[in-house]
Design a binder for this molecule. Structure first.
Ligand SMILES: Cc1ncc(COP(=O)(O)O)c(C=O)c1O
Length: 293
């Protein structure tokens, strides 16, 4: 296929994403061709700084041959070594030890999937199961925050409550109870948010709530990043613990060293009961996500 044909609408047509600018919108798309370190080149040879690191994924830069080599070595050893039906494999177990050590969940367990959305789904499922196994099956409500983002599966899209025109997810409004967006770094704003959390728990009934799902450092829909007051998540956890509500910390975007600490929650000195990881986990070299507990 020649470079010219790669930019023609007829060629690009089958690759669809709702936010991809397409030739039929009168905007010529950028056809990305290759990357090296922080740079990307398009099919015309123009160079760009990959300023958002491939949507927060490529945290160690493009073109890392050692990562490609490790993937190659493992792939030629076996295409898919399952970890179900009594099987397991050593590299996956080794990575699990590493993740549990890094997240402070030594002695816990890890479950892998291929996207951040699935990791969040797995965390929701395990939160429900945890309560069922403790004889509290009526805990079916998840507290979430408006303006957050947790993925593209039906449940993860429903969590933030801000997807317009998506009527098919409104049935899940009974599962999610949305709180205001995470406050900015103002102590009074944090206290007011925590008061709203307590009032909401009171209103819904603590015995009906399974978990709070939130990013420790969320990217807000109106743009920008929200870094709450340093004590914010400690105060939140005190309230959650009092009511037996689990804390799911979605580290898919804010994890892997973006705040100086390895994970966003470590900046606030807290540890979620369930942690979701993706993006930087493989630096975008492989579709992998994890849920640690
Ligand atoms: C905080 C957060 N959670 C979950 C997801 C979903 O990840 P994925 O797109 O891999 O499904 C994202 C993606 O941007 C995210 O930023």
């Amino acid at each position: 296929m020649t470079e010219t044909s790669a930019t023609e609408f007829s060629f690009l047509r089958p690759l669809w994403h709702h936010s991809t600018l397409r030739a039929d919108h009168g905007v010529e798309p950028v056809v990305l061709d290759r990357g090296e370190n922080i740079y990307l080149w398009d099919a015309q040879g123009r160079r760009y700084v990959d300023g958002h690191a491939s949507f927060g994924s490529c945290i160690v830069g493009h073109g890392r041959t050692e990562i490609a080599q490790a993937a190659y070595d493992q792939m030629v050893r076996g295409a898919h070594l399952p970890s179900v039906f009594g099987c397991t494999n050593e590299p996956a177990a080794r990575l699990s030890h590493k993740l549990l050590e890094l997240t402070g969940h030594e002695g816990g367990s890890v479950r892998y999937a291929t996207s951040g959305s699935e990791a969040v789904e797995a965390a929701l499922r395990i939160a429900f199961n945890y309560h069922v196994n403790r004889g509290e099956a009526e805990r079916r409500v998840i507290l979430s925050t408006y303006g957050s983002y947790h993925g593209t599966t039906i449940a993860t899209m429903a969590a933030p409550g801000n997807v317009e025109n998506a009527h098919y997810i409104s049935d899940l409004d009974v599962m999610f109870r949305r709180l205001p967006p995470t406050p900015h770094a103002d102590e009074r704003a944090s206290d007011s948010w925590v008061a709203t959390l307590e009032a909401t728990i009171e209103e819904v009934g603590p015995h009906r709530i399974a978990a709070l799902l939130a990013e420790p450092i969320p990217a807000s829909v109106e743009g920008g990043i929200r870094v709450a007051h340093l004590d914010h998540w400690k105060k939140v956890q005190t309230v959650l613990r009092k009511h037996g509500i689990l804390h799911i910390t979605d580290e898919v975007l804010c994890g892997w060293g973006r705040k100086g600490t390895l994970f966003g929650q470590q900046h606030f000195g807290v540890r979620g009961d369930l942690i979701t990881l993706s993006k930087g986990l493989s630096s975008g070299y492989f579709p992998i996500s994890a849920r640690c507990r």
